[in-house]
Design a protein around this ligand. Structure first.
Ligand SMILES: [Ca+2]
Ligand SMILES: [Ca+2]
Length: 240
């Protein structure tokens, strides 16, 4: 179904297919229970796994609406849920750079032009800096793509983007994943707090919402041939 749609999109736009959501986590309880302290780590769209990295405590959920809120369009109410996934138990000061946080593994089979977006809330004492990393081998090794800075505490930083559209190795890859891990202030060997008036603490929290892996469908060779023939036929019709 998706491939048919993509082919139509290719034809309609002359070759540029719109991005699809491959996998998304919104962490909202299913069924909705109106309780932001509960949620799910199962994706809302697609399939994949979400887990803590480096021994963090990764069992809590909290509001996706408070402190300005994430981009989750759902507003928590008696009959709806907008949870975010909250982790704590980060590294002690000066230790374990890029080692503690969260990871999301999902397959990009059939997709290219991969872009990952997510919303993240920093607590006051949370690390000001997090590294956005990706893996092409199921988490055996990680490559840092982006360093994110949270310039305030108890604040959501929405639509953070790890743009992997130029990284061919993440395309059509069943062993793809990303992780977001606390990292030292650039050029130093220590963490700084998100709030300018706070001190970094391992008990700080990071909360996540709307973790979304997007991509465009890899055109199959046969599909490209079909599109080419349709273009040729159209050109002949124009000449006739
Ligand atoms: Ca919301
Ligand atoms: Ca949510």
């Amino acid at each position: 179904m998706k491939k048919t749609f993509a082919m139509l999109a290719l034809c309609a736009t002359g070759g540029i297919a719109a991005a699809d959501i491959v996998t998304r986590w919104d962490f909202n309880s299913v069924p909705a229970d109106g309780n932001t302290a509960t949620g799910t780590l199962l994706p809302t769209i697609g399939s994949g796994t979400a887990s803590g990295v480096g021994g963090v405590t990764a069992t809590a959920f909290s509001s996706g609406d408070a402190n300005g809120g994430s981009t989750d369009p759902v507003v928590n109410s008696a009959t709806t849920s907008d949870s975010g996934w909250q982790v704590t138990g980060f590294a002690l000061q000066g230790t374990e750079d890029k080692s503690r946080g969260v990871q999301f593994l999902t397959s990009t089979a059939g997709y290219m032009n991969i872009i990952v977006t997510f919303d993240q809330r920093h607590s006051n004492t949370s690390s000001r800096y997090y590294a956005g990393q990706y893996t092409t081998n199921g988490g055996a090794s990680w490559i840092t793509a982006t360093i994110f800075e949270g310039t305030a505490g108890d604040t959501w930083f929405n639509n953070r983007t790890i743009d992997l559209s130029s990284v061919a190795a993440v395309n059509d890859n069943a062993n793809f994943g990303i992780r977001v891990v606390g990292t030292f202030a650039p050029g130093t060997s220590g963490y700084v707090a998100s709030s300018a008036t706070a001190t970094y603490a391992a008990t700080g929290t990071a909360r996540f919402d709307m973790v979304t892996v997007s991509g465009t469908i890899v055109p199959a060779p046969g599909m490209m041939a079909a599109v080419g023939l349709m273009g040729l036929a159209a050109a002949r019709r124009r000449r006739a």
